[in-house]
Write a protein that binds this ligand. Sequence first.
Ligand code: GLN
Length: 490
Amino acid sequence: MSDHCETVCEIVSAVTTGHTTATAVLEERLRRIATSDEKLGCFQDTREDTARAMAAAVDAKIAAGEAVGPLAGVPIAFKDNIMVTGEPATCGSRILENFISPYDATVTERLRDAGAVLLGRTRCDEFAMGSSTEHCAFGPVRNPWDPDRVPGGSSGGSAAAVAAGFVPCSLGSDTGGSIRQPAAFCGITGLKPTGGRVSRWGLVSFAPSMDQIGPFTRTAEDAALLLQVMAGQDPRDDTSASTDQVGGVAALQAPLEGLRIGIPTEHISDENDHGVNAAVQQAADVFRSLGCEVKPVRLKTTDLGIACYYVLGPAEASSNLARFDGIRYGRRADDSGDGLEALYAASRSEGLGPEARRRIMLGTYVLSAGYYDAYYKRALQVRRLIHDEYARIYSEVDLLLGPTVPSVAFKFGSHADPISMYLCDKYTVTANIAGTCGVSIPCGTIDTDGVALPVGVQLQGPVLGEDILLRAAHQFQCATDFHTAQPTLA
Ligand code: GLN
């Protein structure tokens, strides 16, 4: 009996055909976590007993010849901003340290029903604000390829947990790149679905017009399977798309001949790290060899993305985070007896870290009566330009290709200036602003200070274009083996 399966599809096939058991798969992953997570810090919390009970339930069903779901026996980790009944959801914040989720997120429910084994929750930047996990109140996560470097963020714990082999898949949330950027830094596959494709019910909101839950996996095939389980309209999220289900794994096979892929010239910038542009060109050659027509295109709004995102994101965040006041939600400061306002201020000052506070202040400012027109309204107008340019470009090409991030994973502390950190999201934020989909897949490594660090290529697709996006990513992975590289854990 072999219990060594790396991908979701391998695990499902081995568990359902009796080559291994859900329990054996889980125990192997728990051993890896016990050996190496102390150094990496991916997990905020593991739930070994409930995971063991879930795995045993899958095994019992299989032994009894009962039907099991499409993710039978697959261990999965959740970013710590997604609700699981009875478990904390700290969002990487002291203010929610003692919060216990009273209900399951829709994705949690759907994954449970599919037979997945919920193994634990992973660390992230506070309220998903950040690109490195350095803004997590409980400590940062280390990159499994080089522990002196960040795993990316904000969903860094979920990405690093897959890269380290602790779980075959995990969930993150992506508001401006928080799935794709850490997937690139950790050398794995990370999918940001179309806005509305996956229900946000039970995801703690950061900027709901851009937030989307999505999977981290080793392969695009696994991402297709997870998306199929999670996607679909949800009456509890009235922004969820009322459309047919995605095609899943069955939709990945059709040849790519004739597919039109555009490379935005604005994304092949001299400011990118040496090696990133070359890796993208090599990926383009792979797509050409698969019969795609790859050509340069212009995406002139690229440079507007960061400014637009860092007005809209904080504006929405300042409003959403207003509920964490120590009274309605969140840890309450000691009452100084100076009244309610003082209690709010003390609770929020104690409970929220510097980046969350910065965004709340920025968001409140851009929404204030005197500045609304100059900043928030202007950003909405820019959003329209970006949206329209994306709509036009997808009438000319089927997909876009470019770097996910301008650089490889950086060292802790190297982006102390918030603006330099924000610029990591240059190529990812526009898909959130436009509400389109994107995936980051590994496309090679760059030797940096003697360490081979992964580079990610981003494929972007139109609204509800996940089938074609994942088909291209899957066939790239069938033709290359970048996605099979794994770090050696110290
Ligand atoms: N790094 C971006 C930010 O700090 C993106 C975050 C995200 O996608 N959740 O806002």
